[in-house]
Design a protein. Structure first.
Length: 439
C-alpha cells in the first residue's frame, strides 16, 4: 500500500505545524510521497508566503527595491528551519531567487518558490528525497497541463523511489520555464502524484476535518460529510464548497483512487472520503448543500420558440461571442433563461442583448439581477420519493420565493434559484428539513 499525502499552507505555516506533520507521516509507513504547499497563515492577520511572493515580485517587475519584502519571506523560512533545529541553509537558494527576480523571471516562477523552498525544508526534515516539480510536471506550449506526458515522466521518476517530497502548485514547460496551476493548486499536484504512482489513497491534509453538509458561516455547527462521491463533489464544488481545488479530482478519478480529506490539527478525526462509488448510505437523503450569490438571469421570449430549429444555439452564440459562460439554461415552451455570473455579465449586458436580437430575433428580453443559485446534492435522492416536495414546502414555509428549479439529469442534484436576499434563509430551511429534523 502507498499513500500520497498533501499538506496545505496552514498545516505548514510554522515549525510547530511541521512537527505535527512529521508525526502524522511517521504514524503510517505507507505515507511515502509528500506534497507540500507554501507556508500559509500562522494567525488570522498573518500573510501567506505565496501572496508575499506575488507582492515582492510585483515590486521587482516595476524596477523597485524588493529587498525588504524578500527578507520578510526569508525570515518566514528561517523561523521554520530554526524551530526544527535543522542543519540547512537556504542562502544559496535566495541568491538565485534574488537574481531571477531582478532579471524578471516571471510571476509564475516567483509564486512557485513558496512550494519549492518548503519542499526542500520538508525533505530535509523527513530525510526524504526532494524531487523538483519542474522536472516532472509538464505543461504544453499553450499553457495547458500535459497530463499524459506528466504521468509518464513522473511515474518513471518515482518508480524506484521509496520516499519523496514533491512540491505542489507548479511544473514547467519543456524549456524549463516554470508555470503554476491556479491558486490552491497544490491539491492538483497531490492528485497528479497519486495517479502517477497508482496510490491506494490520496490524503489531503488541511485545517478542517473534511467537508460539511452546509457552509458554517450560514449554519451553526453543521454536520460533517463522511463519504461523498466524485460526482456529488463536482456538483457541490462548482458552487464553491472551497476545501479542495475543484480540478484536483480529475487525475485520481481516472484511476478510481479515493481521496481522504483530513485535519492536521485533529489527526484522529476520520475526515471525509471522496470515492468513485459507494454502497454506504449517507446519513441523510442529501449529502450537501452549496450555493452562490451574484447571478443574473436573461429571460428570452419568442412565440413558437419550441419549433424553431437552432434557436438555442443562436442565443448561446451571443454569450459565447462576448466571452461569457453560462451556469444554467432552463427553458419553457416559448421561453429560455440563461443564468450567468453577474460580475462577468454586467459590463457586457447591452452587447449581449443586442447580439441576441441580431442572431435570434426574440420577441423580448428581460434581465434580472441579484439572484442566488443553491445546489442540493445527494446520491440518496434517486431512490427517495418526495425530496423535491420537501425542499419546496420548506422554502414556502420560510417565505422564500423560488425563481427557478432545475433537476440535473443525473437525479443527483436539484438547483434552485432565489433572490440574493433569500439565500441564507433558503439554505437554513433546507438544512433544517433534511438534517435537524432527522436528528
Ligand atoms: N500556495 C499556493 C496558493 O496559495 C498553492 C496552494 O497552497 O495550494 O494558492
Amino acid at each position: 500500500m502507498k499513500k500520497v499525502v498533501k499538506f496545505g499552507g496552514s498545516s505548514l505555516a510554522s515549525a510547530e505545524q511541521f512537527i505535527k506533520v512529521k508525526e502524522i507521516i511517521r504514524r503510517d509507513d505507507q505515507r511515502r510521497f509528500v506534497v507540500p504547499s507554501a507556508p500559509g497563515k500562522r494567525f488570522p492577520e498573518d500573510g501567506k508566503v505565496t501572496d508575499m511572493l506575488y507582492a515582492c515580485y510585483a515590486l521587482a517587475e516595476e524596477g523597485k527595491d524588493f529587498e525588504k519584502e524578500l527578507s520578510r519571506i526569508r525570515a518566514r523560512y528561517q523561523e521554520i528551519i530554526d524551530g526544527l533545529k535543522l542543519d540547512l541553509s537556504l542562502e544559496e537558494e535566495f541568491k538565485v531567487i534574488e537574481k531571477q527576480f531582478s532579471e524578471k523571471a516571471g510571476e509564475n516562477y516567483a509564486a512557485s518558490r513558496g512550494e519549492y523552498l518548503n519542499g526542500i525544508i520538508m525533505a530535509a526534515y523527513l530525510g526524504y528525497e526532494f524531487v523538483d516539480a519542474a522536472d516532472v510536471i509538464r505543461f504544453a506550449p499553450d499553457g495547458v497541463f500535459d497530463s499524459e506526458l506528466t504521468n509518464r515522466i513522473l511515474g518513471e521518476r518515482l518508480a524506484g523511489t521509496e520516499h519523496a517530497v514533491i512540491p505542489g502548485f507548479y511544473g514547467a514547460y519543456e524549456d524549463g520555464r516554470i508555470r503554476t496551476f491556479s491558486r490552491g493548486g497544490s491539491d492538483i499536484t497531490g492528485s497528479i502524484v497519486a495517479r502517477a504512482i497508482k496510490a491506494d489513497v490520496y490524503e489531503n491534509w488541511t485545517d478542517v476535518s473534511g467537508f460539511l453538509i452546509a457552509d458554517p458561516k450560514i449554519i451553526d455547527n453543521p454536520e460533517g460529510i463522511d463519504t461523498i462521491t466524485y460526482r456529488e463533489l463536482r456538483e457541490l464544488s462548482y458552487m464553491g464548497a472551497g476545501v479542495f481545488h475543484e480540478e484536483a479530482i480529475f487525475p485520481v478519478r481516472r484511476e478510481g483512487i479515493p481521496i481522504n480529506i483530513r485535519n492536521t490539527n485533529d489527526p484522529e478525526a476520520a475526515g471525509t472520503w471522496i470515492v468513485e462509488s459507494t454502497c454506504q448510505k449517507s446519513r441523510y437523503v442529501i449529502t450537501g448543500i452549496a450555493g452562490k450569490k451574484g447571478f443574473c438571469s436573461v429571460n428570452i421570449e419568442k412565440a413558437m420558440m419550441n419549433t424553431e430549429i437552432g434557436f438555442g444555439r443562436k442565443v448561446l452564440q451571443a454569450f459565447e461571442d462576448n466571452g461569457i459562460s453560462f451556469e444554467h439554461v432552463p427553458s419553457g415552451i416559448d421561453t429560455m433563461t440563461v443564468f450567468v455570473h453577474q460580475d462577468e455579465f454586467m459590463d457586457k449586458e447591452q452587447k449581449v442583448a443586442s447580439a441576441i436580437h441580431r442572431l435570434a430575433d426574440p420577441d423580448s428580453i428581460e434581465i434580472e439581477a441579484d439572484l442566488a443559485l443553491i445546489a442540493v446534492v445527494g446520491r440518496g435522492m434517486r431512490s427517495t420519493r418526495g425530496t423535491a416536495g420537501r425542499i419546496f414546502s420548506a422554502l414556502a414555509h420560510a417565505n422564500v420565493n423560488v425563481k427557478m428549479i432545475d433537476q440535473g439529469s443525473s437525479e443527483l442534484n436539484i438547483i434552485i434559484g432565489v433572490a440574493d436576499d433569500d439565500f441564507e434563509t433558503a439554505i437554513r430551511a433546507i438544512y433544517t428539513i433534511f438534517v435537524i429534523s432527522q436528528l
